[in-house]
Design a protein around this ligand. Structure first.
Ligand SMILES: Cc1cc2nc3c(=O)[nH]c(=O)nc-3n(C[C@H](O)[C@H](O)[C@H](O)COP(=O)(O)OP(=O)(O)OC[C@H]3O[C@@H](n4cnc5c(N)ncnc54)[C@H](O)[C@@H]3O)c2cc1C
Length: 504
C-alpha cells in the first residue's frame, strides 16, 4: 500500500512496458474470523491515498471484488498479461492457501509470478543461523528504493468485476458503514501519514521511548505508533531501519550530553523492529501455529472456555477495571501498548481459563495493526505454552498500581467509574463500585490452576524433546556482532525490557 520502497512495483516498471496496479478485495478474507470492519477501513483509507498517488505519476489503481484466482483468470482473458509482481507476505492459514492457488494458476496460465522480499523473514529457511546474514544484506546493506517518478500503464476495460471507482467504504465491505463512526478515534492509514509519524517519532518522541511504553497513559505518545503502517504496508521495515540508523549515526557522532540517551532509545526501538521479523519468521516456519500449539506437548492443556467469561472479556465487562479499560480502548482506537496486550492475554488464558485458541481471533479483530506473524506467536507465548520462556502472568491489580495509579486511563474508558477515587477503584476486589460489575471470577485461584498445569507439562519427560526442538528451530539468536556465540537461547518474555537480546 505504498509507492516508496516498493520493490514489486519498481521491478515491474523496470522490466515491462506497461503495468497496472490491482487490489483484489476477497470475500473469503474480509469474512474471515480474524478480519473486522476495522481492518477493511484501514485498507480503504490506504487505498484511497494510493490511488491518488498512482494517478499523480500517470498510473491507475484497479479494484476487483472476488477471489483472486477467478479475478486473475477474468483479467487475463480480457487483457492477457505475462507477469505478476507482489511482495512476499506471511499471512494466516487462509491467505497461505490462497497464495498456493495463485501459484498453481500462474503456472498453468504461463504467467510468471515474482514475489519480492520486504523484511527479514526468510521463506524456506533451512538453517536458522543464516538468518542474521540475510537480514544484514536485505535491510542494512541496501537503501530504500525511491518511489517511481512515472508509471506506464495500459487500460483495462472496466466491468462488474474490475473497476477504478470504489470510493465509498461500503463498496469494499458489506459490514455496516455506521460502524465507521467510531473509527474517528483511530490512526489515519496512508503513506503520507506513515512518513510523518516516522519523522515525528525519530526526531522528537523517541527521547521518551523506553520510559513511556509500559503505561497506557504514555505509550500512545511515546511509542512509535508505526505498527499500523508496517502491518498494512504504508511504510517498509527497511525505511524505518534506515531512517533510525541515520539518527543513531547522528547522535553517536554528536557531542551533546544527551547523545547517549537518544542513542539508547533509538537502539531500544530498533530491537523491537527485530522482534517483529523474529515472530513473523516463527509463523513463516511453522504455518500450522494458527491452529496448533507450536510446542505440541501443550496440546494437552485443559481450559474451561466458559462462554460467559469470554463474552465479559470481549465486551470489557469483567469487573476488573484495567482489563475492561484496555478492551474498551482497543474497540474504540484499535491500539494498545505491548504490556497491556500481554496482560489482556494472560488474564484471559490464566485468570479466566480461556484457551489461546478462543481468544486469538476476537483480539485480532480489534487490533488495527493486526499482523498474523506477531499475533499468533505472541498469543501462544503470553499463554505460557511455548515452553522456552519464563512464565509471566501480569496481575491487572499490580499493573493498575504501577501503570495507572491515578486511574486516568481507567476513568477515560470506563465512565461508570469516573466519580470514584483511585483508591476506591484500586480496591475493586473488596468494595462494590456502583453499577460497575464485581469481578466475574477469582483470577488468582484460576491462574494458580493453569500455572500448575503448565509447570507439570514443562517438567515432564515427554516435554524434553519437543521443547528442545522448538528452542533450536524458533529460539532467538544473539546479535550478529556476537556471531561466535550464536546459540539459541531462552527468550526474555517481557519485551518492555531494554536489556532484551536481539532476536536475529
Ligand atoms: C498478544 C499480543 C499480540 C500482538 N499482536 C500484534 C499485532 O497483531 N501486530 C503488531 O504490530 N504488534 C502486535 N503485538 C506487539 C506490540 O504490542 C505492538 O507491536 C506495539 O504495541 C505497537 O506499538 P508501536 O507501533 O508504538 O510499537 P513500538 O514499541 O514503537 O515498536 C516498533 C515496532 O516494532 C514491532 N514490535 C514492537 N513490539 C513487538 C513485539 N513484542 N513483538 C513483535 N514486534 C514488535 C511493531 O511492528 C512496532 O510497530 C502484539 C503483542 C501482544 C502481547
Amino acid at each position: 500500500m505504498r509507492l516508496a520502497d516498493n520493490e514489486a512495483l519498481t521491478a515491474a516498471l523496470q522490466q515491462h512496458d506497461s503495468v497496472i496496479a490491482l487490489f483484489v478485495c476477497e470475500p473469503s478474507v474480509y469474512n474471515a474470523q480474524d478480519t473486522s470492519a476495522m481492518h477493511v477501513f484501514a485498507w480503504w483509507q490506504a487505498l484511497r491515498e494510493l490511488q491518488s498517488a498512482l494517478r499523480a505519476i500517470g498510473g491507475e489503481l484497479y479494484f476487483a471484488k472476488g477471489e483472486v484466482v477467478p479475478v486473475l483468470q477474468h483479467l487475463h482473458e480480457q487483457t492477457p498479461f505475462d507477469a505478476i509482481y507482489s511482495h512476499q507476505e506471511t499471512g494466516n492459514a487462509l491467505t497461505f492457501e490462497r497464495d498456493k492457488n495463485v501459484k498453481r494458476w500462474a503456472e498453468s496460465a504461463l504467467v510468471q509470478w515474482h514475489e519480492k522480499t520486504q523484511n527479514g523473514v526468510v521463506r524456506g529457511l533451512e538453517d536458522r543461523d543464516l538468518r542474521s546474514d540475510i537480514i544484514q544484506c536485505r535491510l542494512f546493506s541496501t537503501e530504500p528504493v525511491p518511489a517511481p517518478a512515472s508509471m506506464r500503464t495500459f487500460t483495462v476495460s472496466c466491468d462488474d468485476i474490475v473497476s477504478t471507482t470504489w470510493h465509498d467504504y461500503a463498496s469494499l465491505c458489506s459490514q455496516p458503514v455506521d460502524e465507521c463512526i467510531r473509527f474517528n478515534q483511530m490512526q489515519r492509514v496512508g503513506e503520507v501519514d506513515a512518513q510523518r509519524e516516522l519523522t515525528h517519532f525519530l526526531d522528537e518522541r523517541v527521547s521518551d521511548y523506553s520510559r513511556g511504553i509500559s503505561s497506557p497513559n504514555t505509550a500512545f505518545q511515546t511509542g512509535s505508533r508505526l505498527s499500523v503502517h508496517l502491518a498494512w504496508g504504508t511504510i517498509s521495515t527497511r525505511t524505518v531501519f534506515y531512517e533510525s540508523q541515520l539518527r543513531i549515526g547522528y547522535w553517536q557522532s554528536s557531542a551533546s550530553p544527551d547523545a547517549g540517551y537518544w542513542t539508547k532509545n533509538l537502539q531500544a526501538f530498533q530491537s523491537r523492529l527485530h522482534w517483529r521479523d523474529h515472530f513473523t519468521q516463527r509463523l513463516e516456519s511453522a504455518s500450522y501455529m494458527e491452529h496448533r500449539a507450536l510446542n505440541p506437548v501443550f496440546e494437552q492443556m485443559a481450559y474451561e472456555d466458559e462462554h460467559a467469561l469470554l463474552q465479559a472479556w470481549v465486551d470489557g465487562k469483567t469487573g476488573i477495571p484495567l482489563i475492561d479499560a484496555c478492551m474498551r480502548c482497543l474497540r474504540a482506537t484499535g491500539f494498545l501498548n505491548f504490556r497491556m496486550r500481554a496482560m489482556l492475554v494472560t488474564t484471559a488464558c490464566f485468570g479466566l481459563r480461556l484457551s489461546w485458541r478462543t481468544v486469538q481471533y476476537p483480539l485480532a479483530r480489534v487490533f488495527y495493526d493486526y499482523e498474523p506473524g506477531i499475533h499468533f506467536s505472541q498469543i501462544q507465548m503470553q499463554a505460557g505454552i511455548v515452553g522456552i520462556n519464563t512464565m509471566r502472568v501480569y496481575s491487572p491489580h499490580k499493573q493498575l498500581l504501577d501503570q495507572d495509579p491515578n486511574c486516568e486511563f481507567i476513568k477515560r474508558w470506563i465512565p461508570e467509574l469516573a466519580e470514584f477515587s483511585s483508591e476506591t477503584i484500586a480496591n475493586y476486589n473488596h468494595v462494590p463500585l456502583g453499577d460497575y460489575p464485581a469481578p466475574v471470577d477469582d483470577i488468582v485461584v484460576n491462574s494458580a490452576d493453569i500455572k500448575a498445569q503448565i509447570s507439570k507439562i514443562k517438567k515432564s519427560e515427554e516435554a524434553v524433546e519437543p521443547t528442545a526442538e522448538v528452542l533450536a528451530k524458533h529460539g532467538s539468536r544473539l546479535h550478529a556482532t556476537n556471531r561466535r556465540k550464536k546459540k539459541p537461547r531462552p527468550e526474555h518474555q517481557d519485551a518492555d525490557s531494554p536489556q532484551m537480546n536481539l532476536p536475529l
